[in-house]
Ligand binder design. Structure first.
Ligand SMILES: [Zn+2]
Ligand SMILES: [Zn+2]
Length: 296
């Protein structure tokens, strides 16, 4: 119960505090809307990336039994398996992130903002009632796009563009965006930006920035390697949380979705995962949320 309250409080505070911060600091006048959009999108991405990865980094470093009890995989963390290999992979991952930022900037300069008129003004800063349905819309679009593009990348002839991401069989938060340029564009950026583009001027730039935060945090959490009970994703029914994606990496099989388990369930791509959970003595309710229904 305590964990659930913490989960709910942190979740609610993101949606209350961050919009308030934007409201407070949003400029009266924006000189160059074009560059303001591009820069703010990238800054938001980098800030969330640093804060979330930094927090997980401290937890990995502490290696404390309290946190380690929530580790999903039995296999050791990458830095415990082969130190030299790990340092190489870590450096590659950060280098890859920098390259992906350039790809993200290029896409933002073209498809991301070209021909779309997001709202900018202080007067029409969005409230929660405007933002929530727009987030849901963006999440649904992203989820469909991610499921199918990810599934496509697992076709043998296309797997070469996705293999890099699977170098991490035990995932850690920084592995989330470790991908080839083609995968990053097809599976990460496009499903993310199509929703906002469709909303166009109905969407305020602030909503788009908060949407970046949601998307980046969701993927970093999914790759964290932990199933922390104080993370809200553990409690939302039908949500594909970290354990779901961790299975995808450790078994390289099914569980293609990013936000929800619907598509995988509907098309049978999560059957092996649920079968495995049943074998491990997890209750049938695990269709919705495996760890919560654990019966031992
Ligand atoms: Zn995959
Ligand atoms: Zn992954």
């Amino acid at each position: 119960m305590l964990y659930f309250i913490i989960a709910l409080t942190t979740f609610a505070s993101y949606f209350i505090l961050v919009p308030e911060l934007f409201k407070y600091y949003w400029p009266e006048q924006i000189e160059s809307k074009y560059w303001f959009q591009i820069l703010s999108l990238q800054v938001m991405h980098i800030v969330v990336y640093i804060i979330v990865n930094g927090s997980y980094g401290i937890i990995y470093y502490l290696n404390h039994p309290f946190f380690e009890q929530f580790k999903i995989e039995k296999k050791p963390w990458p830095w415990h398996s082969d130190k030299k290999e790990w340092i190489q992979l870590r450096n590659e991952t950060f280098k890859n992130f920098a390259i992906n930022l350039i790809i993200g900037t290029l896409l933002a300069m073209t498809f991301g903002i070209a021909g779309v008129k997001y709202r900018f003004d202080r007067e029409s800063l969005p409230d929660l009632w405007e933002m929530i349905p727009q987030f849901l819309f963006c999440i649904i679009i992203e989820d469909v796009g991610f499921y199918w593009s990810h599934r496509l990348l697992h076709i043998p002839s296309l797997y070469k563009y996705h293999k890099q991401h699977h170098q991490y069989s035990v995932t850690i938060s920084i592995s989330a965006e470790y991908s080839t340029a083609i995968e990053y564009l097809l599976s990460n950026l496009l499903p993310f930006i199509i929703g906002p583009r469709l909303l166009g001027e109905k969407l305020h730039l602030v909503t788009l920035l908060i949407w970046i935060g949601i998307r980046v945090y969701k993927t970093l959490s999914a790759h964290s390697g932990y199933a922390f009970p104080w993370e809200i994703f553990q409690y939302i029914p039908f949500l594909a949380f970290s354990e779901f994606h961790s299975y995808h990496h450790s078994h390289n099989d099914g569980n293609f979705g990013s936000f929800f388990v619907f598509w995988d369930y509907l098309f049978g791509t999560s059957n092996n995962y649920y079968q495995q959970k049943l074998k491990d003595n997890y209750g049938i309710l695990n269709i919705y949320n495996p760890l919560k229904s654990k019966v031992k």
